[in-house]
Structure formats: C-alpha cells, structure tokens
Write a protein that binds this ligand. Sequence first.
Ligand SMILES: Nc1ncnc2c1ncn2[C@@H]1O[C@H](COP(=O)(O)OP(=O)(O)OP(=O)(O)O)[C@@H](O)[C@H]1O
Ligand SMILES: [Mg+2]
Length: 380
Amino acid sequence: MANITSIRLLVAEDVPQVSQHVRNLLSMQSQVMLLEVLTDGSKVVEAAQQLRPDVVMVDLLLQGKVKGPQLIENLRDSGLDVPVVVLTVPQHPLERDPSRGIDAVLTLPFSGFELANILARVMTDRQSRAAGECRVISVFSPKGGVGKTTIAFNLAVALGQLGVSTALIDGSLQYGDLRVLLKVPDDVPSILDLPTDRVQESDVRSVMWRGPAGIDILLAPPRVEMAEMITVRDVEKTISLLRRLYEAVVIDTPTSLSEVTLGFLDACDVILSVVTYDSTTIHNTIAVAEAFASIGYTTDKVRYLVNRADSSGGMSRDDLARALGHELDFEVVSDGRLVVQANNEGTPFVVVSPDAAISRDVRHVASTIAGRTAGAPVRH
Ligand SMILES: Nc1ncnc2c1ncn2[C@@H]1O[C@H](COP(=O)(O)OP(=O)(O)OP(=O)(O)O)[C@@H](O)[C@H]1O
Ligand SMILES: [Mg+2]
C-alpha cells in the first residue's frame, strides 16, 4: 500500500448496522481516522468544508432530503475537490466515474482490507493527479486515412475502461471527424466554447460530450471556417486545463503540420505516430521524424503504432523498423468488417467486440500508456 500514514475520513451513512460495520473495520487498523458519521445528507458538504477530510464516503442509498446521488453531485460541485467513495449493495451496481464525482465504489459486504485499499487508492490517485501526472497523447500521422480517428477514439475508450479518467479532443478542427463518427448534433458545444480563462471544472464539463466508458469528448467546431478562430494559445490553455482534470488526454490530431497541430504536438507527452505498410505513409513519417528531431522532440516522445499490422504487403517488420530508425512500439491488426461497422454505428469496437484481436491490441496500448501492466510492447 502507498506511503499513507493517516487518512481523515468523513462518512455519510444512515443505516446504523452499516456505520457500525465501518467503525469495526476501522478500529482494527490505524491508518484511517474517522472524523464523523453523518446521517443527514444535507449537512455533509458543510461538514466537509469545516473538517477538511481526505476522503468522503457516501452511501448511495442514503435517504432523507438530500439522498445519496444528490449528495455525490453536491460534493462534486462544491469545489472541495475531495475524493468520494460510494457505498452500494449488489442489487444497485455502480461504475466508478470520477467525472461524476464517484472516485471509487465499495460494494457491501466488504472486508477491512478492501476498505483500506480503496481509501489508499483514491488518495494516491488524487495525489498523482495533483502532481500533474496526466498523460497527454497525440495520435498523429503525416498521411491521411491511416486510422488516427479510429485509434484515438478506441484508445480513449479503452483507457476509460481501465478506470483512467480520460478526455478525448477532436483536434481535426476543420472537419471534426469525431462529431461525424458519434453523430453529435451541430449545436453541441465545441472547443470554441471552452472558457480558457477560467479553470472551473464545471465549465469544462458543460462543454464536453459524454462518450462511451465515461470518457469526455471535446468536439471540434461544427463548421469548417470556425476552425480558424482557434489559436495556438487556445490549444495550450485547453491542454493545461484538461491536464488538471483528467488522468489521460487523447488528441485526434490532423494530418497537416499547421501551427495549431504543432501546438497539440508540443503540449503532449507522447506522439503516437500511426504508420501502415504503405510506401507514401512511411516516406512522410520519416520526413516528419526528421522535422521532430530538428524541433527538439526527444526520441522517447515519439512512439510508433503500426496499424493494419497484418497487411504488410511483403515488407518485414524489421525492414519497417529500420526504415523508421526506431523500434515499432505497438501493432494493431486489421479488421475491416468490425471497424467499418463499429465506426458507422458510432460505437467503439473495444466495447462492442472486446475479444476481437484488434480490441486486445488497442487495450494493450492503453494499459501500457496507463502504466498498469508491464511486459513486451508488441506481439511478434
Ligand atoms: N485496423 C483497421 N482495420 C480495418 N480498417 C481500419 C483500421 N483502422 C482504420 N480503418 C479504416 O480506415 C479508414 C480510415 O480510418 P480513420 O478515419 O480512422 O483514419 P484517419 O487517419 O483519422 O483519417 P483522416 O486523415 O481522414 O482523418 C476507415 O474507413 C476505417 O474504418
Ligand atoms: Mg480522422
């Protein structure tokens, strides 16, 4: 468990047997200090303001004037920035969803070990977020049609499935591929509506489109000419704002190396360069790698993802790696039938067909980026 000595816990629970259970479990260990158990949901936000707990635990089924779900929302909107662990029962299953203020879920009955572990985890998550440990990944290629949008969308959803709070930015500002893919109406806000001067979480949430697996999507403007209104400065501000609110940000970056595209590439931690076994793609990718080197990007900032890796047209992976002057970090197989159908329906294939080889490949990219698994980066 993490290096946590004492966790100050506030509990909102109106069932005496449950609060007794929590008290009993906590009495057996010294890491958690129980500040108070409140039975009235309407008093919790004020108590949290005064007591400044490290974690608040809320029973989803809390009754009274302010019920469990309302209290979770109130805590999220209070600006307290305190992690919330939600208690529930098997009959009311609930998904962890940090953007809705649900940082962790504990299902009754749970052991003291589970309780202590969950508390330590939400604390560590919060600390690493506070330390700015957000991964920003640009999915890029200097060649169109290689699968950037498909990979970016499914990678973001796969990160969400791993429990990583994730934002996806449609950086294709002119054509807005994600708006089309997800069939989002034109009146849904875009990056243009983001108030980059303020840093309120609620402002951000109001312009994000809720996607599958709890990911939040920042759409491109609905009309081509509006793209010009976005400046490099807006891009920088947007990324630094999202860094504070999410554990991962994935950007579907456009093909053209415009100033705004460079803004995205500069601001990210990892450029996931999508390549295919196609001579013009390889040629452009090499040219851009040289440009990246001259800009001063370090070699570990750029990672190579071979899309349609099983359609090599006779070229070996060693030849490709040699041509790129870099090892191939990830491989994603072709699956025309699944990808076209999922994209046409606006659904991520990692959700509709989790066992397909292509979904496993994308999940591997996600877990490597999230640092949740070790091991070899590519399948041979
Ligand atoms: N691994 C794959 N297997 C099969 N088809 C794929 C795969 N990846 C992408 N495709 C298909 O390739 C086409 C282009 O994909 P996508 O739109 O994601 O590319 P893009 O790089 O974002 O294109 P653009 O440059 O136009 O933005 C789509 O029809 C998609 O269904
Ligand atoms: Mg695209």
